[in-house]
Write a protein that binds this ligand. Sequence first.
Ligand code: FPP
Length: 236
Amino acid sequence: MDGNGRWAERRRRPRIIGHRAGARAVNVCIDFCLERGIRALTLFAFSSENWGRPQEEVGALMKLFLNALDREVEELDRRGVRVRFIGERERFGPGIRERMHAAEDQTRGNTRLDLVIAASYGGRQDIALAARSLAADVAAGKLRPEDIDEAAMAARMALFDLPPPDLFIRTGGDQRISNFLLWQLAYTELWFTELLWPELDAATLQRAVDEFAGRERRFGLTSAQVADAATENSQA
Ligand code: FPP
């Protein structure tokens, strides 16, 4: 969700006005997923590194989170959205932590869309925590080192119960992953746009999905193998 600050600066407004506009764009994205039957959406709302921003901006963002949680959860629940947070939640104040917990509790039974908010999240931290959890089981004699494989790691990571993302969309013109879901993005298709996050609309999201649909995903295989597998699947 990149470009909120620049969106505001271009209008000679404080950066937090850009974040407010960014919060509105979140709804555009959720609406798009619900309308098209997209079952999982993970938003990178606040990285582990974002805590280092000026105190004033961090404080204003926390207020924005609180308000968004108070305002939106009822409606998300009504629309069948299951809300979940990933990241170091201990770093947030008690008010936000309570609301995160309440939002997850209230929406736990919903199945239309899994909405994951990555907050105080870092991809490297996600991998390190999974490694730590496996190491603790080895130390306790519950697991042998030779049992640690990709599946064992994946089972301890955030999003362990969701398929890896198909499509990664970054707004704001920069072409990098910036410590998002490093493990989970191994075979994800990447799509970048110069548009700033508050400018995101359904037409842009549709463009991303259309381009995604035209790409050949080989997962390390050859084009011929992928074509054969597609034929087999269509005959099955
Ligand atoms: C990146 O833009 C955006 C953020 C660091 C914060 C995004 C958070 C929200 C919009 C709050 C509401 C969200 C939810 C899910 C409740 P930037 O500040 O890095 O923009 P810049 O690159 O133009 O400076």
